[in-house]
Write a protein that binds this ligand. Structure first.
Ligand SMILES: [Zn+2]
Length: 116
């Protein structure tokens, strides 16, 4: 029996698109929002309505006036924590096997984060 070649380990952030996270560091600390994007290579996440930055936009056909737009800037993954659906706290997350599936669970209250 030959073992499968080990895959190059992709960093497992334990945070996925659609998760609710809380910012635990920085000026946005305490804010919660839904993860809009995970930028795995940069170890960053974009969280809905958190960490708005203003961007100056040059006049173009779309925006003849130019101006300032606000949008979410990415946060470093270490500055956010998953909010546990069980205890409603930012919590450390572990991974365990449920049958054949890997599921995430809260290390505080042991509630499973992923649905089935
Ligand atoms: Zn919990």
């Amino acid at each position: 029996m030959s073992k499968k070649q080990p895959q190059p380990e992709r960093k497992n952030f334990r945070i996925k698109k659609g998760d609710t996270v809380q910012v635990i560091q920085g000026k946005e600390s305490g804010k919660r929002g839904k993860v809009l994007r995970v930028l795995a290579d940069d170890e960053r996440v974009v969280v809905e309505r958190v960490n708005f930055i203003k961007r100056h936009v040059r006049p173009s056909q779309k925006t003849p006036q130019g101006g300032v737009i606000e949008r979410e800037a990415a946060l470093h993954i270490s500055n956010v924590q998953l909010v546990c659906p069980g205890c409603n706290q930012p919590a450390r997350v572990g991974v365990r096997m449920e049958g054949d599936a890997k599921v995430r669970y809260c290390k505080k209250c042991n509630v499973q984060v992923d649905k089935g």
